[in-house]
Design a protein. Structure first.
Length: 365
């Protein structure tokens, strides 16, 4: 009797173990612990793979490498050039089915842009825009506009309009293209047609933002044309508004007086085909120093706090000792500037002499 009881108990325990084992195998749950996902979603492919010879209202499928946050899509999908488009889309986890607009022109390369509002299921945002070209033509437009953005900025957007527009029109009319250049200091517009354009750099972009009240920069002329091919070195300089600069300057001066910090000196010489009075700026995110360049091309900056800096020269056309980036209220565009190719590290009690810096002001085509 005792042996039968022991066998029954043994069998019951075995049965319980097997039930627990199979239950744990059948249960699906998210893994606990592990590394936090901080990698943004990436584009895998589109179907069709090459989006040329597209038909209006055609359905395309866009596949990502992971599931997306469906709620983020509403403010993340845009078609450029801007317009009133009747496209629609359907969310399918890591895929999006998108039906193209019915009002597509035949001679334009369009772009589907997923901006940095797009997030994956773990709430990780894109760090830079994803751009997908499509066209009713057999080939994409291949012209480009590219350049760099210098200065002190937290974010940067490049706005592009068809045609050569007056500044008041640019202020009140939505741009045809918008490029988020916040992830680095360079930008590039691809798939552009052979047309004339107007361009503007701004620190913040949105329908309710007054560009006159935020850092912005025009280009040095308002006659960009791609009719003869692509353009490069279309550069901008974004810096704080004057009120912000004054506040920072007052704080910096107070700090220097209180601590009596030892400083560095920078000297050098520049040469080039000067057109206007030339000034010099040495700048990082905390400090800025400026001075006029002498007629012989020599310059000196002293009282510089220790740190890494960016050096540039600019044509001070109105002789106000400020690098002007243009104005919406006057017919003034940005002053020409040239950036020293290397960053400069300055230490206290050092005098750093820069080798002679040669540059030439090229007339635009």
């Amino acid at each position: 009797m005792e042996r039968m009881f022991l066998n029954l108990l043994r069998n019951s325990i075995s049965l319980i173990i097997w039930v627990v084992f199979f239950a744990s195998c059948a249960s699906v749950s998210s893994p606990q612990g592990g590394d936090i996902d901080d990698i943004p979603p990436e584009l895998n492919e589109t179907s069709p793979k090459i989006l040329t010879d597209i038909k209006p209202t055609q359905k395309i499928t866009i596949e990502f490498n992971e599931y997306l946050d469906e709620s983020s899509l509403k403010n993340a999908i845009t078609i450029f050039p801007s317009g009133e488009y009747d496209f629609r889309y359907e969310y399918r986890g890591d895929k999006i089915d998108l039906w193209l607009p019915s009002n597509l022109e035949k001679d334009i390369t369009y772009m589907i842009v997923f901006n940095t509002n797009l997030k994956d299921e773990h709430n990780v945002r894109l760090r830079k825009d994803i751009i997908i070209p499509f066209s009713r033509k057999a080939v994409f437009d291949s012209n480009t506009i590219q350049g760099n953005i210098f200065g002190d900025f937290d974010s940067a957007f490049i706005l592009l309009w068809f045609n050569h527009l007056n500044k008041d029109v640019m202020l009140n009319q939505a741009p045809d293209y918008v490029l988020n250049a916040s992830s680095n200091s360079s930008y590039k517009f691809n798939f552009l047609p052979k047309k004339d354009f107007s361009i503007l750099a701004v620190e913040q972009y949105g329908s309710n933002i007054n560009y006159e009240e935020k850092p912005f920069s025009f280009y040095r002329k308002n006659q960009l044309s791609l009719k003869d091919g692509s353009l490069d070195n279309i550069n901008f300089y974004l810096h704080k508004m004057k009120s912000e600069e004054n506040e920072d300057s007052e704080e910096k001066n107070d700090t220097n007086d209180e601590k009596n910090i030892k400083t560095a000196t920078l000297t050098g010489e520049v040469s080039g085909n000067f057109i206007h009075p030339i000034s010099l700026i040495l700048k990082n995110k905390k400090n800025e120093y400026s001075n006029m360049i002498q007629l012989d091309g020599s310059y000196i900056l002293d009282g510089i706090l220790e740190g890494k800096y960016q050096l540039l020269v600019y044509e001070d056309r109105n002789n106000n000792s400020v690098l002007d980036m243009g104005s919406f209220t006057t017919n003034q565009f940005a002053e020409r500037f040239f950036v020293y190719p290397d960053s400069l590290s300055l230490r206290a009690n050092w005098e750093l002499e820069i080798p002679k810096w040669n540059y030439n002001i090229r007339e635009d085509k």
